[in-house]
Design a protein around this ligand. Structure first.
Ligand code: KIV
Ligand code: ZN
Length: 513
């Protein structure tokens, strides 16, 4: 059986996509999900890109011990030094060096000849080899490169120490037939194919990333680069959940290969990533979309009731969706609450459990039926809202709002920070505007703009929890905030404070540096 390595690039290619940036604690949260999934390699970022990127690659390498942690590096010594310094504390560090090999990129971007590209790639892989042996080389835009030139590049970098050769479809241009043929060609022509893991890294510009990756495997690739929910530059990368479930579900077609992914962690990892970037899965997204297992038409429902296999090729349980009929309410104890979370795939520490249980009890007083979606929202919310642990963080004490369609909205807010409590009142164009004006007059934030603001309803009904996600931009950086409550003004104030507490923490850190 050929082991297919899963190289996850959610935190690098995925995070590079507009609207997908994550802070350190969010990246760690995602990295822990990837470790639970059992991915082989986590590409944690691009260490040289910024001090923040360096810090997060390092934190992930220092924390995650169940898989290899990699940093991307361009083909220059500074990048490689930064990558090494960031990953060296990891259990199995990897440096991922890349250089473009297509005529277009060499002529217009790199302004290098073929010989210069071979020389630079070789020298830089040899430079990385002074630090470690786990080196990946990517021939950027490989699918638009000359195949015989690629053979020369691969022979040279393998001699210099590269052990994984990635052939990216950087612009999502290739087709399954071509990808398979490319890998077969390379395996036939390079000098030491036995030393190499060939890898595919496909972008989804023409919607073929998963198909191209599977074709690469059929051609002999032993590593697939992919990301949770298919996040990545432009139309994204190969989606981890789709490619892994395709290999598993069609084991008849891919009978000689297997990944080591624990597929029951897929739903949770997908939700965590969507939660962190403030998005939700499109309804019809394969594997993780709301409709992936829903059957609306009578004919389908009839078939599924008679035998699930009529219209279901994979089960919700196989990706970790467990539905049961336990009803939790205000009389439920902590043990029942914990058992329910466990059955949904969440294992919380005692401290997290106590906090989540407190929130659950508060919700029980406001809402008659508590759904799995409500429980999930509580857990997810607690895991992403960490700023409040800081004693210097602003917290909502109470607020009171008056609004109507014939007067100006007014809001009185009381905030606390440690022992200090401050009250303010403000007017606004509506209740939310009035609330934010009152908060601003207390916390005095720097100039900022809202890059995103949305309120999602966690479940159905007018008593549903409102999940507020927002992004504020200030000083060239973005800060996300979340708030959860059956009262959308309360959720919005909490989301705003969550983001602003991060702004103040970053300002403090910058002053101390
Ligand atoms: O798409 C691409 O070519 C990349 C490389 C840096 C691997 O992301
Ligand atoms: Zn890419």
């Amino acid at each position: 059986m050929r082991h297919i390595k899963i190289f996850d690039t959610t935190l690098r290619d995925g995070e590079q996509a507009p609207g997908c940036s994550m802070n350190l604690s969010e990246k760690l949260e995602v990295a822990k999900c990837l470790e639970k999934l059992n991915v082989d390699v986590i590409e944690a970022g691009f260490a040289i890109a910024s001090p923040g990127d360096f810090e997060s690659v390092k934190a992930i390498a220092d924390t995650i011990k169940g898989c290899s942690v990699a940093s991307l590096a361009r083909s220059n010594m500074k990048d490689i030094d930064a990558a090494w310094n960031a990953v060296k504390g990891g259990a199995d560090p990897r440096i991922h060096v890349f250089l473009a090999t297509s005529p277009l990129h060499m002529q217009y971007k790199l302004k290098m000849t073929e010989d210069q590209v071979i020389e630079t790639a070789t020298n830089m892989v040899a430079y990385a080899a002074k630090y470690l042996s786990n080196i990946e080389f990517s021939a950027e835009d490989a699918t638009r490169s000359d195949w015989d030139f690629l053979v020369k590049v691969v022979n040279a970098v393998v001699k210099a120490g590269a052990r994984t050769i990635n052939l990216p479809d950087t612009v999502g241009y290739t087709t399954p037939e071509e990808m398979r043929a490319l890998i077969e060609y390379m395996r036939e022509k390079v000098e030491r194919p036995d030393l190499i893991d060939f890898s595919v890294h496909c972008h989804n510009d023409l919607g073929m990333a998963v198909a191209n990756s599977l074709a690469g495997v059929q051609g002999g690739a032993t590593q697939i680069e992919c990301s949770i929910n298919g996040l990545g530059e432009r139309a994204g990368n190969t989606s981890l959940e789709e490619v892994v479930m395709a290999l598993k579900t069609r084991a008849d077609m891919y009978s000689d290969v297997a990944t080591r992914i624990d597929t029951t962690q897929i739903a949770r990892a997908s939700k965590t990533v969507y939660n962190v970037i403030g998005q939700s899965a499109p309804f019809n997204k394969p594997i993780v979309g709301k409709n992936a297992f829903a059957h609306e038409s009578g004919i389908h429902q009839h078939g599924v009731l008679a035998n699930k296999a009529t219209y279901e090729i994979l089960t919700p349980e196989s990706i970790g969706i467990v539905t049961n009929n336990i009803v939790l309410g205000k009389h439920s104890g902590k043990h029942a609450f914990e058992t329910q979370l466990n059955s949904m795939g969440y294992t919380l520490s005692e401290e997290e459990l106590v906090k989540a249980f407190e929130e659950f009890k508060i919700l029980c007083d406001k809402k008659k039926t508590i759904s799995e979606a409500d429980l999930e929202a509580i857990v997810m919310h607690n895991s992403t809202v960490k700023a409040e642990e800081d004693p210097n963080a602003w917290k909502l004490d109470w607020f009171s709002v008056h609004t109507s369609n014939f007067t100006t909205a007014t809001c009185t807010v009381s905030l606390k920070k440690g022992e200090e409590k401050i009250e303010a009142v403000a007017l606004g164009a509506g209740p939310l505007d009035a609330a934010y004006n009152a908060v601003d007059s207390i916390i005095n934030p720097p100039e900022y703009t809202f890059d995103d603001f949305k309120i999602d309803s966690v479940s159905d009904g007018t008593d549903a929890l409102g999940d507020v996600f927002l992004k504020v931009a200030t000083g060239g950086a973005q800060f996300t905030g979340r708030g959860l409550s059956t009262d959308i003004i309360e959720a919005s104030i909490n989301a705003y404070l969550n983001a602003m507490n991060k702004v103040f923490a970053a300002e403090k850190k910058a002053k101390e540096a």
